[in-house]
Design a protein around this ligand. Structure first.
Ligand code: SAM
Length: 251
């Protein structure tokens, strides 16, 4: 089945290279195909994604996840780019962006965090089957993990996709970062009004917006923006607020 799926996913084409200046090796392509197979099969028991058609899965899950790594793929790296050892994917769901990033960056230690225990149990099994030894798993709320000394200020990089408003995502991510660490926030449309509100939240949390990468997805031309936020000050210990507050009352 994996072979059939690999043929259906446009992973072999030049398209990766044309859009992201990166091309997966054959073993990485095989792993992407197995991620797809694993998710489609498990989706019957656990609600992981509504995107199961191969080309759409490739574009909206695999390609989109790796678009956040674009600055690391550039031949001339931007001067602000951090060195990453530990990364956390907050609200990973079916493993996005964390699992494709773990495949593309095998030297990074990737923590997959989600509050839904069933999703984390699925990811634990999947990553074991794929032999992704650079992954670890936490089934908890970002608000609790952000206050736990085992995780607070421990990460070089945090990624957050489709978990809520930008300020909510920043409140989850910034407490988990070391000083000078980065958060990558995956957004769809991004407006000046949103940016103005977001700048106020970043001030409160000790972050600075360093770069915004606008994207068009390669198959359906959807609008995307990746925001790169640097932690420039220690985050006050009142953040993240109590469970539910960052989502109910974004900063
Ligand atoms: N990031 C994945 C993606 O882009 O496909 C999943 C997005 S899904 C819409 C949002 C996920 O965030 C869900 O799996 C949910 O359980 C998780 N989530 C929401 N709030 C959370 C929180 N406060 N702490 C941890 N996980 C959370």
């Amino acid at each position: 089945m994996a072979e059939t799926i690999a043929q259906q996913l446009p992973v072999n084409g030049e398209i990766w290279h044309q859009t992201l200046q990166w091309q997966p090796s054959e073993s990485q392509q095989a792993l992407f195909a197995r991620v797809y197979q694993g998710i489609v099969e498990a989706n019957r028991q656990v609600n992981l994604t509504r995107i199961t058609e191969p080309a759409e899965f490739w574009e909206k899950h695999l390609w989109d996840s790796l678009s956040g790594l674009a600055p690391w793929f550039e031949p001339e790296k931007p001067e602000w780019l951090p060195t990453v050892k530990r990364m956390i994917d907050i609200g990973t769901g079916g493993g996005f962006p964390g699992v494709p990033v773990a495949i593309a960056r095998p030297t990074w230690d990737i923590t997959l965090l989600d509050s839904t225990r069933k999703k984390i149990a699925f990811l634990e099994t999947l990553c074991q089957q794929l032999d992704l030894s650079n992954t670890s798993f936490v089934a908890d709320r970002a608000e609790s993990v952000g206050r736990d000394p085992a995780h607070r200020a421990q990460y070089d990089l945090a990624m957050v996709r489709a978990v809520g408003p930008a300020s909510t995502c920043a409140e989850y991510a910034l407490p988990l970062l070391k000083k000078s660490g980065f958060a990558v926030l995956f957004r769809g449309q991004w407006t000046d009004e949103e940016e103005e509100l977001f700048m106020g939240a970043l001030d409160t949390l000790g972050g600075e917006l360093v770069a915004i990468c606008p994207w068009e997805t390669p198959l359906s031309q959807g609008k995307r923006h990746c925001l790169y936020v640097k932690k420039i000050e220690k985050t006050d210990k009142e953040f993240p607020r109590q469970i539910g507050m960052p989502a109910k009352h974004p900063l």
